[in-house]
Design a protein around this ligand. Structure first.
Ligand SMILES: Nc1nc2c(c(=O)[nH]1)N[C@H]1C(S)=C(S)[C@@H](COP(=O)(O)O)O[C@H]1N2
Ligand SMILES: [Mo]
Length: 361
C-alpha cells in the first residue's frame, strides 16, 4: 500500500527527537491540568482564552501521543520486553487516551452518563489519574531534558505547527457541529451543554456526594445575618426583605447550564436590615446548613440575591429550599444551597475550596 507507506514516511520525517516528545508531553499535560482547574473557576466570557488553550493543547497532545506510541510500541507489544514499569506505562497510556477521547466526545455534544457522572466529570477523573500516574512513570524512565532538543528552529516550527493545527481543527469542529446541528453546537464557551425550560424540573439537582441534608422546614428555618454588621439579626422566612427577580445563568462544572428567572431577596437589602456592614466588612460568606460555604467580595455580594423561587415555583428541596445563593457570573458550585447564615467578614476564606468537597461528611 503506497499511500500508507508514504504516510509513515511523512510521520517519521516530522517526528521530533524522543526527548522533545517526552518533555513536551509532560509540559503540555501540566498545562492541561492547570487550565482545566482554572477553567472551573471561570464563568464570564473574558475567561475564554483559558478554555481555548485547553482545547488546542489537548489536540496537540494527540499528535505527540501518536509519535510516542509509535516509538514505544515494540516495548508494549512484545511480552519479552515487559518490565514491572510497563504496567505503569500502560495505565498512563489508558489515562491519557481516556482523557482525550472523553474530551473529544464531549465536544461533539454526546453525554454518556456513568451513573450520575457526566462525561465531563469522567474526563476530569481521567485527567487527574493521568497527572498522578505521570510522575512515577517519568521517574522509572528518567532522561533529563537537553537544551539542543528544544532550541532548534525545527522544534519551534513543530511547536507552531502543532498549536496552529490545533486551533484550525477546533474551528473546523465548530463548523461541523453547527452544520449537523449536534448537541455540541449549543455548548457555552465553558463547554457546558444547555438544559432548557423554566422551574425546578428543567435542570438537574447537583450536589457533592455527601452534601445531602434532610428537607428543611420553612417555618422552623431562620436566616442569620452576622459578623461585621452593625446589628446582627435573625430573620424568619416571612421576614426576608428586598424582594427581587433576576435572570441568571447557572453553569455547573459537570457540564450543563440553565437560564432561569430566580425570585428572592437582594443581599444588599438583607445586609441593610442588619444595619449594614461595619468598616471591617470586606467579604460576605454564605453558609449552608451542611457547612458548605462560599465567600464573595462585599461589592459583588451586594449585587446578588438569595433565591426562594425558580421559574415562578418555590424552590424544591434538591435545588436548595428554602434559600440559595444566585451568583451571576460564578460557576454553579459557588451557588450555595440551603443557606442558613450570611456572615460579613474581614477576610476571604481559602478553606472553602476544601470544605465544598467534604462538607457533607
Ligand atoms: N450546600 C450545597 N450547595 C451547593 C452544592 C452542594 O453540594 N451543597 N452543589 C453546588 C453545585 S456543584 C452546583 S452546580 C449547584 C447546583 O444547583 P442545583 O442542584 O440547583 O442544580 O449548587 C451548588 N450548591
Ligand atoms: Mo456543579
Amino acid at each position: 500500500m503506497p499511500g500508507r507507506e508514504s504516510a509513515f514516511r511523512w510521520l517519521s520525517k516530522a517526528e521530533p527527537p524522543p526527548r522533545l516528545v517526552d518533555w513536551s508531553l509532560f509540559v503540555l499535560i501540566c498545562v492541561e491540568v492547570i487550565t482545566g482547574f482554572v477553567s472551573f473557576t471561570l464563568g464570564t466570557p473574558e475567561g475564554w482564552p483559558i478554555f481555548w488553550i485547553h482545547r488546542i493543547v489537548g489536540l496537540g497532545l494527540i499528535v505527540l501521543l501518536i509519535f510516542k506510541l509509535r516509538r514505544v510500541r515494540y516495548r508494549l507489544l512484545n511480552r519479552e520486553q515487559w518490565q514491572p514499569s510497563t504496567l505503569l506505562s500502560v495505565l498512563t497510556t489508558i489515562a491519557a487516551g481516556g482523557a482525550l477521547i472523553t474530551g473529544i466526545v464531549w465536544v461533539f455534544g454526546l453525554d454518556i452518563r456513568i451513573s450520575y457522572w457526566t462525561l465531563l466529570s469522567v474526563h476530569v477523573g481521567f485527567g487527574l489519574a493521568l497527572f498522578i500516574l505521570l510522575i512515577p512513570h517519568m521517574w522509572t524512565r528518567f532522561h533529563p531534558p537537553r537544551r539542543v532538543d528544544f532550541t532548534t528552529r525545527r522544534a519551534a516550527l513543530q511547536y507552531s505547527g502543532l498549536l496552529i493545527g490545533g486551533a484550525v481543527v477546533y474551528r473546523l469542529q465548530e463548523a461541523i457541529n453547527r452544520r449537523f446541528a449536534t448537541p455540541g453546537a449549543d455548548r457555552r464557551f465553558t463547554g457546558s451543554q444547555p438544559r432548557t425550560g423554566q422551574g425546578n424540573g428543567s435542570f438537574p439537582v447537583t450536589s457533592w456526594v455527601a452534601d445531602n441534608p434532610e428537607p428543611i422546614d420553612r417555618e422552623a428555618w431562620h436566616l442569620q445575618i452576622i459578623g461585621h454588621v452593625q446589628q446582627p439579626i435573625e430573620l424568619s422566612y416571612q421576614e426576608l426583605t428586598g424582594q427581587a427577580d433576576v435572570d441568571a445563568l447557572l453553569d455547573c462544572t459537570s457540564g450543563w447550564y440553565t437560564e432561569q428567572t430566580w425570585g428572592g431577596y437582594r443581599v444588599a437589602d438583607l445586609l441593610a436590615a442588619a444595619g449594614g456592614e461595619t468598616a471591617a466588612g470586606q467579604w460576605v460568606r454564605f453558609v449552608s446548613v451542611t457547612g458548605y460555604r462560599w465567600s464573595l467580595p462585599i461589592d459583588e455580594a451586594k449585587e446578588t440575591i438569595v433565591a426562594t423561587h425558580v421559574g415562578g415555583e418555590q424552590l424544591s428541596h434538591g435545588h436548595g429550599a428554602p434559600l440559595r445563593l444566585v451568583a451571576p457570573g460564578r460557576r454553579g458550585f459557588q451557588w450555595v444551597k440551603w443557606v442558613t447564615r450570611i456572615e460579613v467578614r474581614s477576610e476571604n476564606d481559602p478553606a472553602q475550596w476544601l470544605v465544598t468537597l467534604i462538607s457533607g461528611f
